[in-house]
Design a protein. Sequence first.
Length: 287
Amino acid sequence: MHQITRNTIPIRAILLFIVFLFNLSLKAADTLYINRDTLTITPVLFQKAAFNLDTTFNAKNAVLDYAVGSPIDLIITNNDTVTHAVRLPNSTGTVNISEASSVSITLNNLQKGTYSLYVESDVGYFLGAGAVIRVGISGQKFAWDLWDQDPDLTSDFGNQVISELPNTYRPTLFTINGVVDHMEPNSASVITGNVGDTIYISIVNNGNMDHTLHFHGYHIEIIQSTHQPHSVGWIKDTFPILTKEAMTVRLVPHQPGDFPVHNHNLVATLFNNGYPRGMVTMLMIQE
């Protein structure tokens, strides 16, 4: 009969640990593509840029989830026709990516919360390219990717005719998750749940102006913010989210009902003179 020596089990444990570490090193990096396209929300034609999970353009920016403490390995591919400078979360630096090129990056030490990986150079910046990165957020969770623009300016930005907003900037296009209609229960922007649930909402302002959101029916608690750390702990029904800010809020509904959430600037709740459209959606809470 084969005898197990006293050194066998520790050696096996060490070998298994080495294999585990090796497998971790082989974990595939997530790939993000910077895409840009022209689209129509009848009757308005405009350009939009976004981070997507493949080369097919989607006006909604990708949402990625990671655990706290784990390195985040990303490959970013520029599928656009211009060079983009990408701002990394919690960093003062940017990474320049030429057209049809890719770069690999690793993000470390991101604490629990929501972050934006966004294009800082003018074309992608003003056309709303900003991936949503959630760290350590589990359970019931939703994401809102906010954007505003004057449709007539989008082709000027896309064609590099202009590189900054005019002083008379008056946006008429306001979107959540790339669309203007959010009042149906199956909309990705609608928050659903039950009384007593703990619901996390990740909000990223990929737009070009500050916005103020107003919740009807409930108060939320701000639990993390990249631009306004002083606001953590606020329990409010109305709060600002700054340009390019990422924020995490927690909602624990105390009552059932269907209640709107909207931009406090009511101009942002219109599209093509139709209401409610734009930056307005619903909380649909059951008993």
